[in-house]
Ligand binder design. Structure first.
Ligand code: GLU
Length: 308
Protein backbone atom coordinates (compact mmCIF):
# COMPACT_ATOMS: atom_id res chain seq x y z
CA UNK A 1 0.00 0.00 0.00
CA UNK A 2 1.20 3.49 -0.81
CA UNK A 3 1.59 5.65 2.27
CA UNK A 4 1.91 9.17 0.94
CA UNK A 5 3.95 11.33 3.28
CA UNK A 6 3.64 14.84 1.89
CA UNK A 7 2.12 17.45 4.16
CA UNK A 8 -1.39 17.24 2.76
CA UNK A 9 -3.44 14.44 1.30
CA UNK A 10 -6.98 14.20 -0.02
CA UNK A 11 -8.90 11.42 -1.67
CA UNK A 12 -11.85 10.37 -3.80
CA UNK A 13 -13.40 7.10 -2.65
CA UNK A 14 -16.06 5.81 -5.04
CA UNK A 15 -18.02 2.61 -4.41
CA UNK A 16 -18.11 0.56 -7.62
CA UNK A 17 -21.84 -0.13 -7.50
CA UNK A 18 -22.28 1.47 -10.94
CA UNK A 19 -20.51 3.75 -13.39
CA UNK A 20 -19.49 7.31 -12.49
CA UNK A 21 -22.38 9.79 -12.62
CA UNK A 22 -22.64 13.56 -12.27
CA UNK A 23 -22.98 13.36 -8.45
CA UNK A 24 -19.75 11.41 -8.12
CA UNK A 25 -18.00 13.68 -10.62
CA UNK A 26 -18.70 16.61 -8.26
CA UNK A 27 -17.03 14.77 -5.36
CA UNK A 28 -14.11 13.77 -7.58
CA UNK A 29 -13.61 17.32 -8.88
CA UNK A 30 -13.99 19.04 -5.49
CA UNK A 31 -11.67 16.65 -3.68
CA UNK A 32 -9.06 16.79 -6.44
CA UNK A 33 -9.03 20.59 -6.78
CA UNK A 34 -8.83 21.03 -3.00
CA UNK A 35 -5.92 18.58 -2.69
CA UNK A 36 -4.04 20.34 -5.50
CA UNK A 37 -4.80 23.78 -4.00
CA UNK A 38 -3.17 22.60 -0.78
CA UNK A 39 -0.14 21.47 -2.76
CA UNK A 40 -0.89 17.95 -1.60
CA UNK A 41 -1.45 14.54 -3.09
CA UNK A 42 -4.80 13.19 -4.26
CA UNK A 43 -5.62 9.51 -3.93
CA UNK A 44 -8.31 7.34 -5.44
CA UNK A 45 -9.64 4.48 -3.31
CA UNK A 46 -12.12 1.87 -4.46
CA UNK A 47 -14.59 1.32 -1.63
CA UNK A 48 -15.87 -2.16 -2.38
CA UNK A 49 -16.34 -3.54 1.15
CA UNK A 50 -20.04 -4.03 0.43
CA UNK A 51 -19.20 -6.81 -2.00
CA UNK A 52 -22.70 -7.93 -2.91
CA UNK A 53 -23.40 -4.41 -4.25
CA UNK A 54 -20.02 -3.85 -5.97
CA UNK A 55 -18.58 -5.14 -9.23
CA UNK A 56 -14.91 -5.08 -10.32
CA UNK A 57 -15.92 -4.05 -13.86
CA UNK A 58 -17.49 -0.89 -12.44
CA UNK A 59 -14.25 -0.13 -10.58
CA UNK A 60 -12.29 -0.44 -13.84
CA UNK A 61 -14.85 1.70 -15.66
CA UNK A 62 -14.77 4.43 -12.98
CA UNK A 63 -10.97 4.63 -13.23
CA UNK A 64 -11.12 4.76 -17.05
CA UNK A 65 -13.68 7.57 -16.94
CA UNK A 66 -11.64 9.54 -14.40
CA UNK A 67 -8.62 9.22 -16.65
CA UNK A 68 -10.61 10.29 -19.70
CA UNK A 69 -11.69 13.40 -17.79
CA UNK A 70 -8.06 14.29 -17.08
CA UNK A 71 -7.97 13.35 -13.39
CA UNK A 72 -4.47 12.44 -12.23
CA UNK A 73 -4.18 10.59 -8.94
CA UNK A 74 -1.07 9.85 -6.94
CA UNK A 75 0.21 6.40 -6.11
CA UNK A 76 -1.66 3.13 -6.42
CA UNK A 77 -5.41 2.83 -6.15
CA UNK A 78 -6.24 1.23 -2.80
CA UNK A 79 -8.93 -1.45 -3.04
CA UNK A 80 -10.81 -2.11 0.20
CA UNK A 81 -11.70 -5.72 -0.56
CA UNK A 82 -7.96 -6.51 -0.27
CA UNK A 83 -7.73 -5.00 3.20
CA UNK A 84 -9.78 -7.47 5.25
CA UNK A 85 -6.82 -8.57 7.39
CA UNK A 86 -6.13 -4.96 8.39
CA UNK A 87 -9.79 -4.30 9.27
CA UNK A 88 -9.85 -7.51 11.34
CA UNK A 89 -6.77 -6.34 13.26
CA UNK A 90 -8.49 -3.04 14.07
CA UNK A 91 -11.70 -4.79 15.10
CA UNK A 92 -9.62 -6.98 17.46
CA UNK A 93 -8.16 -3.84 19.02
CA UNK A 94 -11.69 -2.53 19.59
CA UNK A 95 -12.74 -5.91 21.02
CA UNK A 96 -9.85 -5.80 23.49
CA UNK A 97 -10.92 -2.27 24.48
CA UNK A 98 -14.52 -3.44 25.05
CA UNK A 99 -15.57 -0.75 22.55
CA UNK A 100 -17.59 -3.21 20.46
CA UNK A 101 -19.97 -6.02 21.37
CA UNK A 102 -21.58 -8.95 19.58
CA UNK A 103 -25.18 -8.45 18.53
CA UNK A 104 -27.68 -11.18 17.75
CA UNK A 105 -30.54 -9.04 16.46
CA UNK A 106 -31.93 -9.52 12.99
CA UNK A 107 -32.93 -6.74 10.62
CA UNK A 108 -36.58 -7.70 11.10
CA UNK A 109 -36.25 -7.35 14.89
CA UNK A 110 -34.92 -3.81 14.46
CA UNK A 111 -37.48 -2.65 11.93
CA UNK A 112 -39.66 -1.07 14.63
CA UNK A 113 -36.81 1.02 16.15
CA UNK A 114 -37.04 4.76 15.48
CA UNK A 115 -34.93 6.00 12.58
CA UNK A 116 -31.73 7.96 13.16
CA UNK A 117 -30.23 10.84 11.15
CA UNK A 118 -29.51 8.65 8.15
CA UNK A 119 -32.86 6.87 8.19
CA UNK A 120 -31.43 3.61 9.58
CA UNK A 121 -32.95 2.39 12.86
CA UNK A 122 -31.22 3.62 16.03
CA UNK A 123 -30.17 0.39 17.75
CA UNK A 124 -32.34 -0.02 20.88
CA UNK A 125 -29.45 -1.60 22.83
CA UNK A 126 -30.88 -5.13 23.11
CA UNK A 127 -27.46 -6.86 23.14
CA UNK A 128 -25.40 -3.99 24.60
CA UNK A 129 -25.02 -5.52 28.06
CA UNK A 130 -24.59 -9.08 26.78
CA UNK A 131 -26.44 -11.40 24.42
CA UNK A 132 -29.91 -12.16 25.78
CA UNK A 133 -30.62 -15.90 26.22
CA UNK A 134 -31.36 -17.63 22.94
CA UNK A 135 -29.56 -15.06 20.78
CA UNK A 136 -26.48 -16.02 18.78
CA UNK A 137 -23.80 -13.45 17.83
CA UNK A 138 -24.33 -12.20 14.27
CA UNK A 139 -22.67 -8.81 13.97
CA UNK A 140 -20.30 -6.60 15.99
CA UNK A 141 -21.52 -3.19 17.06
CA UNK A 142 -19.67 -0.08 18.19
CA UNK A 143 -20.71 1.18 21.63
CA UNK A 144 -21.24 4.90 21.02
CA UNK A 145 -21.66 7.61 23.64
CA UNK A 146 -21.49 11.37 24.02
CA UNK A 147 -21.63 14.07 21.41
CA UNK A 148 -19.31 14.98 18.56
CA UNK A 149 -18.71 18.56 17.46
CA UNK A 150 -16.72 19.54 14.41
CA UNK A 151 -16.53 22.45 12.02
CA UNK A 152 -17.17 21.45 8.44
CA UNK A 153 -15.25 23.62 5.97
CA UNK A 154 -18.35 24.04 3.78
CA UNK A 155 -21.37 23.26 5.99
CA UNK A 156 -20.12 25.06 9.13
CA UNK A 157 -20.34 23.91 12.79
CA UNK A 158 -21.87 20.48 13.32
CA UNK A 159 -23.11 18.81 16.49
CA UNK A 160 -24.30 15.23 16.82
CA UNK A 161 -25.56 13.34 19.86
CA UNK A 162 -24.34 9.89 18.87
CA UNK A 163 -26.51 7.74 21.13
CA UNK A 164 -29.72 9.56 20.24
CA UNK A 165 -29.16 10.38 16.56
CA UNK A 166 -27.07 7.42 15.38
CA UNK A 167 -26.98 4.60 17.93
CA UNK A 168 -24.55 1.70 18.19
CA UNK A 169 -23.58 1.02 14.59
CA UNK A 170 -22.44 -2.23 13.00
CA UNK A 171 -18.72 -2.57 12.23
CA UNK A 172 -18.69 -6.25 11.25
CA UNK A 173 -21.87 -7.31 9.50
CA UNK A 174 -23.83 -10.53 9.95
CA UNK A 175 -22.63 -11.63 6.48
CA UNK A 176 -19.00 -11.38 7.68
CA UNK A 177 -18.20 -8.20 5.74
CA UNK A 178 -16.71 -5.13 7.36
CA UNK A 179 -18.85 -2.00 7.34
CA UNK A 180 -17.96 1.19 5.46
CA UNK A 181 -17.69 3.10 8.79
CA UNK A 182 -14.75 0.99 9.97
CA UNK A 183 -13.03 0.69 6.59
CA UNK A 184 -13.14 4.42 5.83
CA UNK A 185 -11.63 5.39 9.20
CA UNK A 186 -8.82 2.84 8.94
CA UNK A 187 -8.01 3.69 5.32
CA UNK A 188 -8.06 7.46 5.75
CA UNK A 189 -5.63 7.07 8.66
CA UNK A 190 -3.38 4.48 7.00
CA UNK A 191 -3.17 6.56 3.83
CA UNK A 192 -2.38 9.77 5.73
CA UNK A 193 -5.51 11.55 4.48
CA UNK A 194 -5.73 14.89 6.30
CA UNK A 195 -8.74 16.40 4.52
CA UNK A 196 -11.89 14.68 3.30
CA UNK A 197 -13.98 16.36 0.61
CA UNK A 198 -17.14 14.41 -0.21
CA UNK A 199 -20.90 14.74 -0.70
CA UNK A 200 -23.05 16.17 2.10
CA UNK A 201 -25.11 12.96 2.12
CA UNK A 202 -22.20 11.55 4.17
CA UNK A 203 -22.12 14.32 6.77
CA UNK A 204 -24.26 12.21 9.15
CA UNK A 205 -21.58 9.51 9.11
CA UNK A 206 -18.82 11.89 10.16
CA UNK A 207 -19.69 11.92 13.89
CA UNK A 208 -19.28 8.17 14.29
CA UNK A 209 -16.13 8.25 12.18
CA UNK A 210 -14.59 10.88 14.46
CA UNK A 211 -15.71 8.83 17.49
CA UNK A 212 -13.90 5.79 16.06
CA UNK A 213 -10.77 7.83 15.25
CA UNK A 214 -10.62 8.97 18.88
CA UNK A 215 -11.06 5.44 20.23
CA UNK A 216 -8.22 4.23 18.01
CA UNK A 217 -5.96 7.22 18.71
CA UNK A 218 -6.05 8.26 15.03
CA UNK A 219 -5.91 11.86 13.79
CA UNK A 220 -9.16 13.45 12.60
CA UNK A 221 -8.97 14.88 9.07
CA UNK A 222 -10.60 18.20 8.20
CA UNK A 223 -13.98 17.65 6.58
CA UNK A 224 -15.66 19.53 3.73
CA UNK A 225 -19.07 18.26 2.65
CA UNK A 226 -20.12 19.41 -0.79
CA UNK A 227 -23.70 20.18 -1.79
CA UNK A 228 -25.50 17.13 -3.10
CA UNK A 229 -26.70 16.97 -6.69
CA UNK A 230 -30.36 16.11 -7.06
CA UNK A 231 -32.41 15.10 -10.08
CA UNK A 232 -35.50 16.88 -11.40
CA UNK A 233 -37.64 15.18 -8.73
CA UNK A 234 -35.38 16.35 -5.90
CA UNK A 235 -33.89 12.88 -5.27
CA UNK A 236 -30.14 12.63 -4.69
CA UNK A 237 -28.33 11.58 -7.85
CA UNK A 238 -27.03 8.12 -7.18
CA UNK A 239 -26.62 4.78 -8.78
CA UNK A 240 -29.72 3.68 -6.86
CA UNK A 241 -31.81 6.39 -8.54
CA UNK A 242 -30.31 5.35 -11.90
CA UNK A 243 -28.39 8.57 -12.43
CA UNK A 244 -27.17 8.78 -16.00
CA UNK A 245 -23.57 7.53 -16.26
CA UNK A 246 -21.06 10.05 -17.55
CA UNK A 247 -18.75 9.03 -20.34
CA UNK A 248 -15.50 10.22 -21.86
CA UNK A 249 -17.38 12.14 -24.57
CA UNK A 250 -19.09 14.25 -21.84
CA UNK A 251 -15.75 15.98 -21.06
CA UNK A 252 -15.17 18.87 -20.71
CA UNK A 253 -18.88 19.88 -20.63
CA UNK A 254 -19.62 17.74 -17.57
CA UNK A 255 -16.52 19.12 -15.84
CA UNK A 256 -17.72 22.65 -16.53
CA UNK A 257 -21.20 21.84 -15.17
CA UNK A 258 -19.60 20.29 -12.06
CA UNK A 259 -17.38 23.35 -11.62
CA UNK A 260 -20.44 25.64 -11.80
CA UNK A 261 -22.18 23.45 -9.25
CA UNK A 262 -19.22 23.99 -6.92
CA UNK A 263 -19.39 27.78 -7.15
CA UNK A 264 -16.88 28.39 -9.95
CA UNK A 265 -17.81 30.63 -12.85
CA UNK A 266 -16.12 29.19 -15.94
CA UNK A 267 -16.09 31.51 -18.97
CA UNK A 268 -18.17 30.47 -21.99
CA UNK A 269 -14.96 29.98 -23.99
CA UNK A 270 -14.06 26.98 -21.80
CA UNK A 271 -16.94 25.03 -23.36
CA UNK A 272 -14.87 24.72 -26.51
CA UNK A 273 -11.67 24.00 -24.59
CA UNK A 274 -9.91 20.72 -24.05
CA UNK A 275 -10.02 18.95 -20.67
CA UNK A 276 -6.41 20.08 -20.11
CA UNK A 277 -7.43 23.73 -20.55
CA UNK A 278 -10.34 23.19 -18.18
CA UNK A 279 -8.00 21.80 -15.53
CA UNK A 280 -5.58 24.72 -15.85
CA UNK A 281 -8.44 27.19 -15.43
CA UNK A 282 -10.09 25.28 -12.55
CA UNK A 283 -6.87 24.90 -10.57
CA UNK A 284 -6.26 28.61 -10.85
CA UNK A 285 -9.75 29.62 -9.73
CA UNK A 286 -10.69 26.94 -7.16
CA UNK A 287 -11.64 28.09 -3.70
CA UNK A 288 -13.44 25.99 -1.10
CA UNK A 289 -14.82 29.27 0.30
CA UNK A 290 -16.94 29.70 -2.86
CA UNK A 291 -18.62 26.30 -2.61
CA UNK A 292 -22.30 26.76 -1.68
CA UNK A 293 -23.79 24.75 1.20
CA UNK A 294 -26.71 23.72 -0.95
CA UNK A 295 -27.66 24.07 -4.57
CA UNK A 296 -31.36 24.72 -4.89
CA UNK A 297 -31.89 24.28 -8.65
CA UNK A 298 -31.94 20.67 -9.80
CA UNK A 299 -28.85 19.84 -11.78
CA UNK A 300 -29.20 19.08 -15.48
CA UNK A 301 -29.54 15.40 -16.30
CA UNK A 302 -27.40 15.95 -19.38
CA UNK A 303 -24.47 18.24 -18.66
CA UNK A 304 -23.53 18.34 -22.38
CA UNK A 305 -26.81 19.95 -23.30
CA UNK A 306 -26.66 22.65 -20.62
CA UNK A 307 -23.04 23.67 -20.57
CA UNK A 308 -23.00 26.30 -23.30
N1 GLU B 1 -17.69 5.24 -0.97
C1 GLU B 1 -18.59 6.32 -0.67
C2 GLU B 1 -19.49 6.59 -1.87
O1 GLU B 1 -19.19 6.18 -2.98
C3 GLU B 1 -17.85 7.60 -0.31
C4 GLU B 1 -17.28 7.49 1.04
C5 GLU B 1 -16.44 8.67 1.52
O2 GLU B 1 -16.07 9.54 0.72
O3 GLU B 1 -16.13 8.68 2.71
O4 GLU B 1 -20.51 7.21 -1.69
Amino acid sequence: MTRVTTSSCGRFAPSPTGPLHFGSLIAALGSCLEAKARGGTWLVRIEDVDRPRCRPEYAAEILRTLEAFGFEWDGEVLVQSRRTARYREVLETLQRQGAVYPCGCTRAELAAASPGVDGAPVYPGTCREGLPPGKKPRAWRLRVSGAIDFVDLVQGPQHQDLAREVGDCVLLRADGLFAYQLAVVVDDADQGVDHVVRGADLIHSTGRQIFLQRLLGLPTPQYAHLPVAVDATGAKLSKQTKARPIEARDAPAALIAAARFLGLNPPASLCRATSAEFWRWAREHWSLARVPKQVSAPIPDNPRRHSA
